[in-house]
Design a protein around this ligand. Structure first.
Ligand code: FAD
Length: 450
């Protein structure tokens, strides 16, 4: 096929964004901003198969719903301030649970806060009409800027001399550029392989999410404004968290191929049982649950002439802040398309470096989660860390090295490279060693509550 490789986005260019999750919306938002800076008018259609106004799985891009501190800051710099009806709870602290007990850890810096939200309208049966889903909020932000939304699934993509045809059940439209922000949808990956044969989709593993309906009173009493994270010695689980949101608490389990059996072992553990009111049958307050995939290894060749894949479909952040990674890749793709060009070599030269940065950081992330697994298995090391954190929390003006490392690891608020640098700081290591030796000699542990 004879494609004009020197084509550039200009006045009247048409762009199709396949997938209206965060990556698709961020791309559209920035592409329109950059077009305005260039003084050109472009047309963007977002194709989205889901209806984010519907409660339950049909309207939900399944996720823990934590917006990291770094993303909250980046968004506000770009003029996107999340309104209060999108934020279901401001998270001000986290409670670290292990077999021996639990400890409350405040945010390392007073201004450091993260938000919990729902990607869709809410769990099955929710009827809170005052709340808005995060994905819908972003989509409407784009619509206000002039983006068109076509609420249909894209079923075919085909190259031709004039660009790329995008087909749904009822429409067939030609575009100058196509953006793949299809998340981890395998069927949509095959559409993109058709027009970009070199594309190798990301590797995924199975995770678990479920909701518990507890009501405001019990949530305030048992969870407050804290995310509850678990460092338990349980097979396959790298990370477990209970996140309060409005009337509900969301359980997220990340690890290797999470199954129903693994979920049961987690829910039946004493540390988790302690979080809920005694005698409560949690099976009876679970309106929905799912086992979504998560990106654990980046895609390759996520671009070709006039095509670029972003967000989960390209590179994400290992286990954390996938929305932040969607923001980074979407903005980089929009910048490249508007200021550099839309050929394969333009994307390789100007877009790929951002993905490579994320991928390299994930290599460090893998190492950090490997260390976490060792920690999970060693009760002495865990006690050493706990003692260190308890001591940090007691001192007002302390640097709180371990508390901030744990906060950033659990919330995804800093790059893994930065976290590792802080872990390897001599003062962190010496303090950990001293606290662990203290534990080995079996002094009574302070500050841990059951
Ligand atoms: C268990 C779990 C917990 C997580 N927790 C967090 C967290 O707390 N914080 C965080 O930042 N990240 C979290 N993530 C990661 C986060 O969910 C993703 O990284 C993020 O959603 C990626 O955004 P995206 O826009 O690339 O993809 P998605 O959000 O998956 O959006 C893709 C969109 O494309 C649409 N689509 C797909 N194919 C088609 C088609 N053919 N036609 C039309 N539309 C189509 C889909 O309907 C969907 O709306 C979590 C992930 C998992 C699995």
């Amino acid at each position: 096929m004879n494609i004009n490789k020197n084509f550039n986005i200009g006045n009247g260019s048409k762009i199709a964004v396949i997938g209206g999750g965060p990556a698709g919306s961020f791309f559209s938002y920035f592409a329109l901003d950059f077009a305005k800076q260039k003084g050109i008018n472009i047309h963007i259609d977002i194709y989205e198969a889901k209806n984010f106004h519907v409660a339950g799985p049909a309207g939900c891009n399944r996720c823990g719903g934590i917006v990291s501190e770094s993303l909250v800051q980046a968004l506000s710099t770009d003029g996107i301030v999340l309104p209060s009806n999108v934020i279901r709870r401001g998270i001000e602290s986290y409670k670290l649970h292990m077999e021996q007990g639990a400890i409350l850890i405040k945010t390392p810096l007073k201004e450091q806060k993260i938000a919990s939200m729902y990607r869709g309208f809410g769990p099955l049966g929710s009827n809170n009409i005052d709340s808005v889903s995060f994905d819908n909020y972003l989509l409407e932000l784009c619509q206000k800027k002039g983006v068109y939304t076509i609420y249909e699934k894209v079923i075919d993509l085909e190259r031709n001399e004039r660009g790329i045809n995008v087909q749904t059940k009822t429409t067939l439209t030609n575009y100058d550029l196509v953006i793949g922000s299809v998340g981890l949808n395998p069927r949509s990956f095959s559409l993109f392989k058709k027009i970009s044969p070199a594309y190798i989709p990301p590797v995924t593993t199975k995770t678990y999410i479920c909701e518990f309906k507890l009501g405001n009173e019990l949530i305030n009493q048992y969870f407050g404004n804290s995310m509850h994270v678990f460092l338990l010695n349980l097979k396959n689980i790298k990370f477990g968290a209970l996140i309060p949101k409005g009337q509900y608490v969301t359980l997220v389990l990340l690890g290797k191929q999470i199954t129903g059996e693994i979920v049961d072992s987690f829910l039946n553990s004493e540390a988790v049982q302690r979080c809920f009111p005694k005698g409560l049958d949690i099976d009876k307050i679970t309106p929905c649950q799912c086992f979504p995939g998560i990106n654990i290894k980046n895609a390759h060749y996520a671009y070709s002439d006039r095509v670029v894949l972003i967000g989960d479909s390209a590179s994400s952040k290992l286990y954390k802040d996938g929305i932040g990674a969607a923001y980074i890749t979407a903005k980089a793709a929009a910048k490249t398309a508007l200021f550099n060009g839309v050929s394969e070599s333009d994307f390789r030269k100007h877009y790929q470096p951002e993905c490579t940065r994320l991928n390299r950081d994930n290599t460090i992330g893998k190492f950090i989660f490997w260390i976490t697994t060792i920690l999970q298995r060693s009760s002495t090391l865990k006690k050493g860390i706990f003692r260190m954190v308890v001591n940090e929390q007691e001192k007002e003006n302390d640097k709180r090295r371990m508390s901030s490392v744990l906060w950033d690891t659990f919330t995804g608020s800093a790059p893994y490279t930065d976290i590792l640098r802080r872990v390897l700081h001599s003062k962190t290591l010496i303090s950990l060693l001293v606290n662990t030796i203290y534990e080995i000699f079996n002094r009574p542990q302070k500050g841990i509550e059951k």
